[in-house]
Design a protein around this ligand. Structure first.
Ligand code: GCO
Ligand code: MG
Length: 410
């Protein structure tokens, strides 16, 4: 019987930080899992190397469900982003191994292709409307068929989610999180924002017409009532979705938003378990599940979550910014291709530096992503190159109200 012989946590920083779990079997098969938790990376690395790796040695790599339950129930302390990112990494690595042993891409083990490709959306943004329109044009030139649009707000400075420099031809990226000892602090004013966003959508629809699927991320910054106001004011622009319109720890609050607007809603990138979605899904309070394979317990847990969502006609819109490593992105793509209730996949391209460490086999053509047909997840990790990029502390920004400096959601 094959057994897990070694497991190693690899931390690298090719442009931004990534935590990867590498699992090796006694037959010499290797699997990779993504455990990156932006801004808190070393907590997961330590959880894995100190508390999970010793439990994996000697286990049967094929027992994916049993290993998942062993790590989830066995820890006694359930859920939470650190625990669930660690479990996710083990889960992905075991699916990678199973695929390689079977000689099949992971999507074949999940039921095979349900579509020829996964519709992707990119991040278009600009400090003002003209630079946003340039960014949309660049995305369309790159083949994107759907875009998320974010802009600066008059009277406010830099806002997370909006690229600061977008020189012609330069790759857009407001990420990574700032590499600094302390988080950057940004200023916020909800009223200015609520006035500005409908103007942005009006200008973009005017320029690009009614067909282009448009998305927008409110990044948890609104109260339920403000979220309802925004949803209503955007109805006439026919959004693909409005994301994280309010914080959702209190799932009941979404009833208010839902009853007041028909704009489609997407929530869940910070969630890590099906329980975070229970009310949102069972009461059909959202339209899209935004969870990441990396943060919500891996392929095993996400497949169950999406089967639950399917009962309520809710679709996937998996989180895929550049803080999900190419391994996590590949895992999402295998699910995207296989599940019936796929909606859209976020796709912010990784930098050339990142891709010099992670060699991917997924493709992006005519706006559609495909995980490729290599056995397993289809990603290789170049350890020699990875070792050249040591970990550098980096933080996501903190948001404060412009008026009086009160810490605000973002
Ligand atoms: C998105 C997100 C990201 C997150 C980031 C945090 O919709 O893609 O909101 O940009 O903020 O992943 O680590
Ligand atoms: Mg988001």
């Amino acid at each position: 019987m094959s057994a897990i012989e070694r497991a190693e946590v690899l931390v690298t920083s090719p442009g931004r930080n990534f935590v990867t779990l590498k699992v090796e079997t006694s037959d010499g098969v290797t699997g990779l899992g993504d455990a990156t938790l932006n801004g808190r990376e070393l907590a997961v690395a330590s959880y894995l190397s100190n508390h999970v790796v010793p439990l994996l040695i000697g286990r049967d790599p094929h027992k994916i469900e049993d290993t998942w339950q062993y790590l989830y129930r066995g820890a006694y302390w359930r859920r939470g982003p650190v625990t669930m990112a660690a479990i996710a990494a083990v889960d992905m690595a075991l699916w990678d191994i199973k695929g390689k042993v079977a000689g099949l891409p992971v999507f074949q083990l999940l039921g095979g292709e349900s579509r020829i490709g996964a519709l992707a959306y990119g991040h278009a943004s600009g400090a003002d409307i003209p630079s946003l329109c340039n960014s949309i044009r660049r995305h369309l030139d790159e083949g994107y068929k759907a875009v998320r649009i974010q802009t600066g707000v008059p009277g406010l400075g830099q806002i997370y989610g909006v690229a600061t420099e977008q020189a012609e031809g330069q790759r857009y990226d407001y990420e990574p999180a700032k590499r600094a000892a302390l988080p950057l602090e940004e200023a916020w004013d909800t009223r200015r924002y609520l006035v500005h966003v409908p103007e942005v959508f009006a200008a973009v629809r005017d320029e690009f017409g009614p067909e282009l699927p448009l998305l927008h991320d409110a990044h948890h910054r609104l109260t339920p009532n403000e979220a309802a106001i925004l949803g209503r004011s955007l109805e006439r622009f026919d959004l693909f979705w409005l994301e994280d319109c309010t914080v959702a720890e209190n799932q009941d609050a979404l009833r208010r938003v839902r009853s007041q607007t028909l704009t489609p809603l997407a929530i869940g990138e910070v969630f890590n378990s099906v329980f975070d979605f229970k009310t949102l899904i069972s009461e059909q309070l959202i339209d899209y599940v935004r969870a990441a394979v990396t943060h919500a317990g891996g392929i095993t847990a996400m497949k169950k979550l999406m089967d639950f969502a399917a009962l309520y006609q809710i679709k996937s819109g998996f989180h895929g910014p550049t803080d999900i490593s190419p391994v996590g992105q590949a895992a999402a793509l295998h699910l995207d291709i296989a599940i019936h209730n796929f909606g859209i996949q976020e796709y912010m391209k990784h930098s050339a530096e990142t891709l010099s460490v992670f060699h991917t086999s997924y493709t992006f053509r005519d706006g559609l992503l495909h995980p490729g047909t290599s056995p397993g997840l289809g990603v290789d990790y170049d350890e020699r190159t990875g070792d050249k990029y040591p970990y550098t502390a980096a933080y996501l920004p903190v948001n404060r109200l412009q008026r009086d400096g009160t810490i605000h959601d973002w």
